[in-house]
Design a protein around this ligand. Structure first.
Ligand code: UDP
Length: 338
């Protein structure tokens, strides 16, 4: 299958690109490199041992997208491109709504024009909001998002649901990711956030290589076993394999399907710190800090729908995630050297 990956040079996109190649597909990347870089594409090519077609363009640029679709007969599209920093979305809501919604609308209109009807979307567990119970199941109604980033994911899901209602020959898979971490086992590709990371694992990785002094653990008085926040961390390679399965599934399916990609296991902040220290033989200094506004105590997925519909389950454990994250960070202490 020929598959367009918007944002294919990013963290999840690059790992998905590798897994698609390994599965015998033909991925094509479009990326504006606003939060990624061409070096990631070179690394992908190094891993898979062949070249990957890559366009430098913005998904909001209708003329560029029209040209890309004219030059390639895509079977399916995976839409990763988008602004993704939660805190920044609170201070720049208009930019987030404009970019994330415009890019999706332009992409859908271009697909419609070129008769491409299979769409896999990079959604997020944030769409559930702060649910009163765990695990999170796809049939739980959202209780509302807590920031503009989350609302863009919510709204894009609604746009795609609407398109499937209007044209039942469309096939859309909304993949709700839990907390992707880890890196490719080669140590060549991984997460490369710009500036000080907001998320837990990239922060720990930068403490591990001495770029940051210590981790702040945001709250140790949550109603969880050790008092720190619990999340469903999933290895990015498992997540990438979930996308390959979702592309296969979209070929034989019509309509819009929400599917969780998580492991079904919750780990606390201190579980992550302790496992990282143990498997990598490195001390991660930390202090207990106040809770981060908007954070919830605990979430994890019910991953049974992904198993049932896609035949997919996560295979890697927390030790793999910690080991692989550190390998990439250690080999690339400054990331891709943008
Ligand atoms: N967290 C933390 N220190 C940090 C970053 C995150 O203690 O520097 C905690 C956070 O409070 C949450 C967990 O780690 O309990 C995961 O946070 P992250 O931002 O990675 O994911 P999200 O909260 O979006 O699920």
């Amino acid at each position: 299958m020929k598959i367009l990956l918007t944002g294919g040079a990013g963290f999840i996109g690059s790992h998905t690109c590798v897994e698609l190649c390994e599965a015998g597909h033909d991925p094509v990347i479009v990326d504006n490199y606003i939060n990624s870089c061409p070096e990631a594409v070179r690394r992908i090519e190094q891993i898979v041992g062949r070249s990957v077609l890559c366009y430098e363009a913005d998904v909001t640029d209708a003329a560029a997208m029209d040209r890309i679709f004219s030059e390639n007969a895509f079977d399916c599209v995976i839409h990763f491109a988008g602004l993704k920093a939660v805190g920044e979305s609170v201070s720049q809501p208009l930019r987030y709504y404009r970019n994330n919604l415009d890019s999706t609308l332009t992409l859908c209109e271009t697909m419609q024009k070129h008769g491409v009807k299979r769409f896999v979307f990079s959604s997020s567990a944030t769409v559930y909001g702060n649910q009163p119970q765990v695990p999170y199941r796809e049939d739980m109604p959202s209780v509302g998002c807590t920031n503009p980033y989350g609302w863009t994911k919510f709204m894009i899901e609604k746009i795609l649901e609407g398109q499937c209602t209007a044209d039942p020959s469309w096939s859309v898979v909304l993949l709700r990711y839990f907390n992707p971490i880890g890196a490719h086992a080669s140590g060549l590709i991984g997460e490369d956030p710009s500036g000080i990371p907001n998320n837990l694992m990239p922060f720990i990785a930068k403490v591990a290589v001495g770029e940051l002094e210590k981790l702040s653990v945001f709250g140790n008085d949550y109603p969880t076993p050790d008092g720190t926040g619990v999340r469903d961390y999933i290895h990015v390679v498992d997540l990438a394999k979930g996308h390959v399965k979702a592309c296969d599934y979209s070929a034989a399916h019509q309509g819009c399907e929400i599917i969780n990609l998580g492991t079904g296991h919750g780990y606390s902040v201190l579980d992550l710190v302790n496992t990282f220290e143990r498997v990598n033989g490195i001390k991660i200094p930390y202090v207990i800090a106040p809770r981060r506004p908007g954070d919830i105590a605990e979430n994890y997925a019910d991953p049974s729908k992904a198993k049932q519909l896609l035949g997919w389950t996560a295979e890697k454990n927390l030790e793999d995630m910690c080991r692989d994250t550190y390998r990439f960070q250690h080999n690339n202490p400054k990331g891709y050297q943008k």
